[in-house]
Design a protein around this ligand. Structure first.
Ligand code: GDP
Ligand code: MG
Length: 374
């Protein structure tokens, strides 16, 4: 009699696909991404242009793999920067197996929304409408919104959610899986994003900056990481350095033309004296404890040295960001360093410099450099 063979389980079919998160600026796309992933991978703020480059957030469960694409807000582009931002949106609409349009339940329908609908009109991909921020509106405002939108585009689902409070996100995830094809996973189970550490660090610095500036400043600031150097603990040799890809001379970066180069001198001066290296003083203070063992542990933590430039367009922008006697740049630096320390699990020395690059939003060199960080 032949030996009985064990049945080989058929590979379980899973659902896999790309889900584009789109909508006007500030509707909560990045907040939704972070809550769905249970981890902060995208920065959040109530200022415009918080998200400028699309990033992937990958969620793998036993049901399959959803690859979310977080996007810049849909808006009419004026500068080269904005055209590039919108290119990310268009390309994600092409990639996606499913599109989630987010709207803000606290905002009235307006021109911006019309532009969004215009952008989505030609799309044939299945579409969900997510009415976000329902945690802060009266329930009776939601029904009229559903009524308004249901005839504007052929939505497969309309789901009221709160990205911040996690309301209805279980339902959302179920509906998403129902609309994805059966396929092999595209990423390994432990992959969560496609962004580099370098890009995440630059974004964290930008988030802290956005938290402290008003008016046109969010539009005219960009962050570029010039150098990341990982060193052994104090007194230990070794470590590795990662430089930016720009032309570096005398520790300074030259991207723009002559007029900007002149400003450079001034900025450098300010960089040293005002904006300067705030982190050193606090670098040892990872939290207060009298425990000798804790002190010992910290002494042997490796150190990461990070040098970053904040680009602005005018000298008065630079002055605002530096603040009185360097107070604002110091606050931004301290907040960014604390968060970066938690991520890298090392001590961090953060050196921030504010540099004037006239019209950088229309300069392909600078835009390439900033995008290249991802
Ligand atoms: P994005 O520009 O669409 O990516 O929007 P963000 O995720 O950066 O969020 C913009 C602002 O809306 C931030 O201040 C968030 O805290 C806030 N926000 C996002 N989702 C919610 C929500 O569900 N409820 C409330 N109350 N606020 C939210
Ligand atoms: Mg965003």
């Amino acid at each position: 009699m032949p030996r009985a063979k064990k049945p080989v389980p058929k590979k379980k079919a899973v659902r896999v696909g790309y889900v584009a998160l789109v909508g006007r600026p500030n509707v909560g796309k990045s907040t939704l991404l972070n809550t769905l992933l249970g981890q902060k991978i995208a920065i959040i703020s109530d200022k415009p242009q918080t998200t400028r480059i699309s990033i992937l957030g990958i969620k793998t469960t036993e049901k399959g793999q959803i690859i979310f694409i977080d996007n810049p807000g849909i808006h009419k582009p004026l500068h080269s920067l904005n055209k590039r931002m919108m290119r990310f949106v268009y390309s994600s609409l092409e990639t996606a197996n499913l599109i989630c349009l987010l709207i803000d339940a606290t905002q009235r329908y307006g021109h911006g929304d019309e532009f969004v609908l215009e952008t989505l009109k030609r799309v044939t991909t299945p579409l969900f409408l997510l009415i976000n921020k329902v945690d802060i509106v009266r329930k009776d405002t939601i029904l009229p919104m559903i009524d308004k939108y249901k005839d504007l585009l052929p939505f497969k689902e309309i789901i009221p959610i709160s990205a911040l409070k996690g309301i209805n996100l279980g339902v959302l995830e179920e509906r998403i899986y129902e609309n994805l094809p059966e396929a092999e996973k595209l990423f390994s189970d432990d992959e969560i994003s496609d962004q580099s550490e370098r890009f995440l660090l630059s974004e964290i610095i930008r988030e802290k900056l956005l938290n402290h500036v008003e008016e046109e400043l969010p539009f005219v600031t960009a962050v570029y990481i010039e150098k990341i150097e990982k060193r052994g603990a104090e007194g230990q040799a070794g470590g590795e350095a990662e430089e930016g890809q720009g032309k570096e001379g005398e520790g300074e970066f030259m991207i723009a033309g002559e007029s900007a180069a002149k400003k450079e001198e001034k900025v450098q001066e300010a960089g040293g004296a005002e904006s300067g290296a705030e982190a050193g003083a606090e670098a040892g203070a990872l939290g207060e404890t009298s425990e000798e063992t804790e002190k010992q542990r910290k002494r042997y933590l490796p150190i990461t040295y990070i040098r970053a430039s904040i680009f602005v367009e005018k000298d008065n922008h630079r002055k605002i960001i530096i603040g009185r006697h360097g107070s604002l740049i110091k606050t931004i630096g301290t907040e960014a360093r604390r968060e970066i320390q938690d991520i890298l699990e090392t001590k961090v020395y953060l050196d921030l410099q504010v540099k004037v690059r006239e019209k950088w939003r229309d300069s392909p060199d600078v835009l390439d450099l900033i995008e290249g960080q991802k």
